[in-house]
Design a protein around this ligand. Structure first.
Ligand code: ATP
Ligand code: MG
Length: 1024
């Protein structure tokens, strides 16, 4: 068989199935060796064997949780986390309710194991705020229940004195939703009495050590344990256990679970009442009838109790010291003896405490219970008191051991018997392995047809005197020959003398050993009697919690019917538990106690051997080795592994049986067996291998699914995008085309309009006032012009020729026209002026014009001379009669008559002379000075012709301009030649054949006549 390396790579063998040779001795030494190397966990297949190390090992860290989380059970070192992981993952992934059965004797480590399982599950499930609250509440129920339900025993400092089964409920994701705790028979006798070196329940010590002084005062308690009767005289301190700190932890835990401050206080008050009841002392009292009677010795304690619970002292006193019996509607009050009084007191204390414990569990359940109705998966963790063998074993031990017997039965049934029976049922070849079946012991105790518990109940209910002896006799009678029952009587019947067996005891051969039970007290404890008066007194108390614990104290509900016995109740609850466990997939943790001293590193062979024996570990290994580690019906097997084979994946149409043959998976044939309904796998390694292949295949398939999904998604996305793109482009194209069409339509319409317009215009042009605009413009233009002209007409400038003013153009376009008009107007004005002139004036004007042409701009004197009219006759010639006669003959022949002065050529002196020169004799060149200004004129006609040697004449005339003009005119008229005129201030003249240079100079101011000064050939003419 191929072994898993991680299981083998530890000290010894990690899985006892692999042990070779297999014997009790080798099994023991393997456990020992591993224990001494701090390997406290060992497997038998999927059963974990845990040996209590009695010391803290570094194997419970968060890293370890991490390692085991999602790991494979067979792939890692044996650990309690592995079984927790296996159960949790099976619950989460395979949807199977799980239960974890933790068994072992007292002190073997069951409670610790259950806490480890819970903490592992809490650590690996998710970490949301809601989940954390639920987890916290579930985990915090432990310290509270341990405080009230655990106590130090000789075997275990933290021994569970009650059975606890906790269902943790998960949702489909594997997240905890809540839980439900069931508790089983608290060992309440411990409240009033415990063996020396043991302790009462932890809570009493924790309260006294941890409560503040005011709280203690309020609860009317003394800090010293020795003051309280139920706590015993011995030193209450426990090594490694700090009661004060634990008290704080319990209070915190209660707060986390959801207890209100008032609830905590009431809980502590009831606890204090239990303690105070132990302080009540009774004393015998004298009665007239001579009957025994008792009374309260320390009234203060009674008063304290009554104050705490809000009850009248007398009521409690009466309930404690007397008993009322109702018979035929008559009440008979009987006084109690001191012993009966103490019995009543203790019964009350036990009842209060056990009912308080039940209330505590119910209250915790209220907080952690799941209310939502969704389908839940459940993981149950059973931590019940371990198998106990004491010196003096009583009813409690009997019940506890009965419970363990039942658990062993489950184990045997499920792991050994059931397994082997299954091989037969399935037709698998099988050599039976013998093992001890404890059904016979279970029957001895619980059989409905006369088991010990039934006989005990009969004895309790039987009228008449009942005692331990009568009960024992009944047992002897029923089981005298039973192989698992012994008593003095049965022994002597078998002719065996057994002094170790007292006459008040009987012995049961349990699976885990023989236990001698003292029959004394069985009947009382089974009846669990509480005087009705006491229950009624409690019901009358004002304390809400205490009152609620005693609903049977309500007189209205009083019934004469006996309540069910403790044994009966326990049996019923154990049967319910068993049914519950059978319905779930079991996971086993078998705890082993290595020594009796609670000492680390000690491995007592004999003690462990006996546990190995009674736990049936060897048989377990044998069955495991011979059998098959794993089986599953064909259908689920096919469902689980069909994905590994190409025949069955993806579709299988054949029957499940053929599909689940795992034939083409390359598994050695001896590893597989095929039953009628199930397929069997021999070794865990094969299963592990299959699981591993499945895991890989699932990953592969997941990848394929992912791939396909991604592909599909991308395709869908692409198609969607494509569709969208097509839609968008279609819309866009449509829109563009629509726009284009609109454009074209508009354009076409425009063209059409124009064309139609044009056509129509063309057609109807004749009907239109074509050129209306031009005409309008023309009209406007004309109107403007009209306005302009009318404006001009009404606003014409004066007709004076010298006035050149003209109104400006009102519009720019009229500027040129205006200018033209101005010119035209001026010309017209001049013409008009001219036209109205007489012939003489016109001739004078022409002369003036001629003068202007000759002199304008050339001679200084010209400007001032313009207004002076040309008179022509300055000497009065026309008045001369001679001339008048002549005039008649030669009309108009007179050109000019003036007096001039001639300049003497020799000296330059001026003398008057008459000048009448016929025109053709005029000299060729006439020189005129340019700058004589003021009326004095020099005329220098140059004589060339007939005068001969006389030379030129230099004349001085006052009307030189007129003279020269006349000459010019005449010359032009007669000869059509223009006068050769020289206007200059320097010129030369010919005096008697000599040439004289004449210079005209401005004379001094004040002289009136021009003066000629001749010096040789130069002559200077000084002009004024
Ligand atoms: N895994 C462990 N590591 C360290 N110490 C442990 C471990 N398991 C148990 N112990 C020690 O052993 C003591 C007894 O264990 P536990 O209370 O779990 O026993 P039990 O089987 O529940 O006994 P009982 O039946 O009396 O309740 C614990 O208080 C603790 O000190
Ligand atoms: Mg325990």
């Amino acid at each position: 068989m191929e072994a898993n390396p991680s299981v083998l790579a530890t000290v010894g063998v990690g899985d006892l199935v692999l042990l070779d040779p297999l014997s009790e001795e080798s099994l023991l030494s393997n456990l020992r060796e591993r224990f001494l190397h701090k390997e406290i966990y060992t497997y038998i297949g999927n059963v974990v064997i845990s040996v209590n190390p009695y010391r803290q090992l570094p194997i419970y860290s968060a890293e370890m949780v991490e390692q085991y989380c999602n790991g494979n059970f067979y792939a890692m070192k044996p650990h309690i986390y592995a079984i927790a992981e296996d159960a949790y993952s099976s619950l989460r992934d395979r949807n199977r309710d799980q239960c974890i059965l933790i068994t072992g004797e007292s002190g073997a480590g069951k409670t610790e194991a259950s806490k480890l399982v819970m903490s592992y599950v809490a650590a690996v499930c998710s970490k949301g705020a809601d989940v954390t609250k639920v987890k916290e509440q579930l985990l915090q129920s432990n310290p509270v229940l341990e405080a009230f339900g655990n106590a130090k025993t000789i075997r275990n400092n933290n021994s569970s004195r009650f059975g606890k089964y906790m269902d943790v409920e998960f949702d489909f994701k594997g997240e905890p939703l809540g839980g439900l705790i069931s508790n089983y028979l608290l060992e309440k006798s411990r409240v009033v009495w415990h063996v020396k070196n043991e302790r009462n329940f932890h809570i009493f010590y924790q309260l006294l050590a941890g409560a503040s002084d005011p709280l203690l005062k309020r609860l009317k308690l003394q800090r010293d344990c020795r003051h309280h009767g139920y706590l015993g005289d011995e030193n209450p301190r426990l090594p490694g256990m700090d009661d004060a700190t634990n008290f704080q932890a319990v209070q915190d835990a209660m707060r986390i679970i959801g207890f209100s401050e008032a609830e905590v206080m009431q809980l502590l008050e009831v606890t204090a009442v239990v303690l105070k009841l132990g302080d009540l002392q009774l004393s015998g009292q004298f009665q007239a009838s001579g009957m025994d009677a008792c009374g309260i010795q320390n009234i203060q304690v009674l008063r304290d109790i009554c104050e705490l619970i809000g009850l009248q002292e007398s009521i409690l006193e009466q309930a404690l010291c007397s008993r009322t019996v109702e018979a035929k509607q008559e009440k008979v009050v009987t006084a109690l003896s001191v012993a009966q009084g103490y019995f009543g007191r203790d019964a009350l204390a036990k009842n209060i405490y056990s009912r308080l414990f039940d209330w505590l569990v119910t209250r915790i359940n209220e907080s952690i219970q799941v209310t939502a109705g969704e389908r839940r998966k459940v993981m149950g963790v059973l931590d019940i008191y371990g198998f106990e063998i004491f010196q003096d074993n009583s009813f409690e031990q009997f019940i506890i051991n009965y419970c363990n017997e039942k658990l062993q039965q489950i184990f045997i049934l499920m792991t050994l018997k059931e397994e082997q029976e299954e091989y037969f049922r399935e037709g698998i070849k099988w050599t039976p392995v013998t093992f001890f079946d404890n059904s016979i012991i279970c029957d001895l105790i619980e059989s409905g047809k006369g088991g010990i518990l039934v006989l005990l109940d009969e004895e309790c209910l039987r009228p008449g005197t009942v005692s331990a002896a009568t009960f024992l006799a009944k047992l002897d009678q029923a089981f005298g020959s039973h192989e698992h029952y012994e008593s003095r009587k049965s022994q002597s019947d078998r002719h065996i003398t057994d002094t170790s067996l007292p006459s008040t005891c009987f012995r049961v051969h349990h699976y885990a050993g023989k236990v001698t039970y003292n029959a004394t007290g069985f009947i009382e404890k089974n009846t669990d009697r509480l005087y009705r008066g006491l229950a009624q007194a409690m019901w009358q108390a004002k304390h809400t919690l205490l009152r609620s614990l005693f609903p049977d104290g309500d007189p209205k509900k009083a019934s004469l019917k006996m309540p069910p016995t403790a044994g009966f109740q326990f049996k019923a609850s154990i049967n319910t538990l068993m049914k519950n466990l059978y319905s779930k997939n079991p996971n086993y943790i078998r705890c082993i106690k290595p020594n009796e001293n609670q000492a680390p590193g000690q491995f007592t062979d004999e003690l462990v051997r006996s546990q190995v024996r009674y736990l049936g570990l060897l048989e377990n290994v044998r069955v495991r080795r011979a059998g098959y580690a794993y089986r599953q019906p064909y259908q689920p097997c096919l469902e689980r592994y069909r994905l590994l084979s190409t025949h069955t994946w993806p579709r299988w149409t054949g029957t499940a049986r053929y599909g689940a043959l795992l034939s083409d998976l390359d598994i050695p044939p001896e590893e597989l067996a095929y039953g009628h309904t199930k397929v069997f796998i021999r070794t865990p390694q094969t299963l592990f291998n299959l699981e591993e292949r499945r895991r890989r295949r699932v990953e592969e398939l997941a990848t394929v699914i992912q791939k396909t999904y991604r592909g599909w998604r991308c395709r869908t996305q692409y198609q969607l995008m494509r569709k969208s793109q097509i839609l968008i482009s279609a819309w866009f194209r449509g829109h563009a085309q629509k726009k284009r069409y609109q454009h074209m339509k508009r354009a076409a319409l425009l063209i059409q309009t124009y064309a139609r317009g044009w056509k129509t215009r063309k057609e109807y042009k004749k009907y239109f006032r074509s050129g209306a605009t031009a005409r309008l413009a023309c009209f406007i233009y004309r109107r403007l012009l009209q306005k302009f002209f009318l404006g001009l007409k009404n606003n014409l400038p004066p007709l004076t020729v010298s006035d050149r003013s003209w109104p400006p153009a009102p519009y720019r376009f009229l500027t040129n026209a205006n200018q033209e008009l101005k010119t035209i107007f001026y010309h017209w004005k001049c013409k008009k002026y001219r036209d109205q002139l007489s012939l003489e004036k016109r001739a004078a004007m022409q002369t003036k014009l001629c003068a202007s042409e000759l002199f304008k701009g050339k001679k200084t004197r010209y400007g001032p001379s313009v207004p002076e009219p040309f008179q022509g006759d300055y000497v009065g010639l026309q008045k001369n009669p001679k001339y008048q006669k002549l005039q008649a003959a030669a009309r108009g022949k007179l050109v000019l008559a003036d007096t001039v002065r001639k300049v003497n050529q020799a000296n330059g002196k001026v003398r008057p002379c008459r000048l009448h020169t016929p025109i053709p004799e005029l000299p060729g060149v006439l020189a005129v000075p340019a700058q004589d200004a003021d009326g004095t004129w020099c005329l220098l006609p140059q004589q060339t012709g007939t005068g001969g040697a006389k030379g030129d004449v230099l004349l001085v005339s006052d009307h030189v301009i007129e003279v020269v003009t006349r000459v010019h005119q005449v010359l032009l008229e007669t000869t059509q030649q223009a006068l050769n005129l020289q206007i200059a201030d320097q010129f030369s003249t010919q005096f008697k054949k000599s040439s004289i240079a004449v210079t005209v100079v401005q004379g001094p101011k004040g002289h009136l006549e021009p003066v000629c000064k001749k010096k040789g050939k130069k002559m200077e003419v000084l002009v004024c």
